[in-house]
Design a binder for this molecule. Structure first.
Ligand code: SF4
Length: 277
């Protein structure tokens, strides 16, 4: 009994026995592995596994000793026709073994992206159904002027649409999409975390941003909780800060005392100054 047959017979209880001639074709399979592998890197024979779906088809596994392929194996599949004694090679392929060193699972770029990854010139597409955004007013929802549901005359309707569009543009409402409630809450949570009252900087601050003269208020609902710091000496300069945030640059934290003004010079005109020698 050949080495291949002995080895494969160990697993014969759980799977059917390999075809004898195919299992004995170790040298044929080795030659195929050596032909496919880099010179000298097809290692020891490991096992022969019968194909579970086909008779007279067996795969021989050999250690792959290529650098960087720890635990990988050369798999050479051999087969023979019914009633034929001649065994031939089907294919040779490098496959990972049970302990193979594998590359980490591929992650799409959209899940790999992190804040700060975007560089000059990069484009970051947003999904059509991005939860952070919702449709804004663009006038696209209004029925066209000549439609059956238009209440005004086509001409008047066209004018009023243009007027509404102009006002919406003026008010900043002419964007196809605007921040959704989810997007707004997500942004508020991030800002609260980076520049909120629980940060070490805020905990050590003499007073909060709410009473600081450098705080520029925001518009909209975020105004109730956030503003922008405009103190160039503060680490939060240019950032959105929570009203509960604070830093040592607070405008009223340490108002510098004015330098004492020297009294005006007094000219004593009642005495004559002696001239020197
Ligand atoms: S200077 Fe400090 S306290 Fe004032 S707004 Fe900026 S971060 Fe807040």
């Amino acid at each position: 009994m050949s080495a291949a047959t002995r080895s494969t017979s160990r697993g014969a209880r759980s799977r059917r026995a390999p075809d004898r001639l195919c299992a004995e074709a170790v040298e044929l399979a080795r030659a195929a592995a050596e032909e496919a592998a880099a010179p000298g890197t097809a290692g020891a024979w490991l096992e022969a596994v019968p194909d579970p779906h086909a008779d007279r088809v067996v795969t021989h596994f050999f250690e792959a000793q290529e650098p960087g392929y720890r635990g990988w194996r050369w798999a050479v599949t051999v087969a023979r026709a019914s009633r034929a004694k001649n065994v031939t090679v089907d294919e040779s392929v490098l496959v990972p073994g049970p302990d193979a060193l594998l590359a980490p699972e591929w992650v799409p770029w959209s899940e790999r992206l992190r804040p700060g990854d975007l560089g000059p010139g990069d484009l970051l597409p947003t999904d059509a159904d991005d939860l952070r955004l919702e449709p804004g007013y663009s006038g696209a929802d209004a029925p066209p002027p000549d439609s059956a549901v238009a209440e005004e005359q086509p001409e008047a309707r066209g004018h009023s649409r243009a007027a509404v569009g102009a006002v919406a543009e003026e008010l900043g409402m002419g964007r196809p999409r605007v921040l959704s409630r989810y997007g707004l809450h997500a942004a508020a949570d991030r800002w609260e975390e980076s520049h909120g009252p629980k940060t070490p900087m805020a905990q050590a601050a003499p007073a909060s941003c709410m009473s600081c003269g450098f705080l520029v208020p925001l518009a909209g609902s975020l105004r109730q909780a956030f503003g922008v710091c405009s103190n160039e000496y503060s680490p939060a300069d240019g950032h959105v800060v929570s009203l509960g945030f604070g830093c040592g640059g607070h405008s009223e934290a340490a108002v510098m005392p004015k330098a004492p003004q020297p009294p005006p010079p007094v000219i004593d005109e009642t005495v004559a100054d002696p001239f020197g020698d």
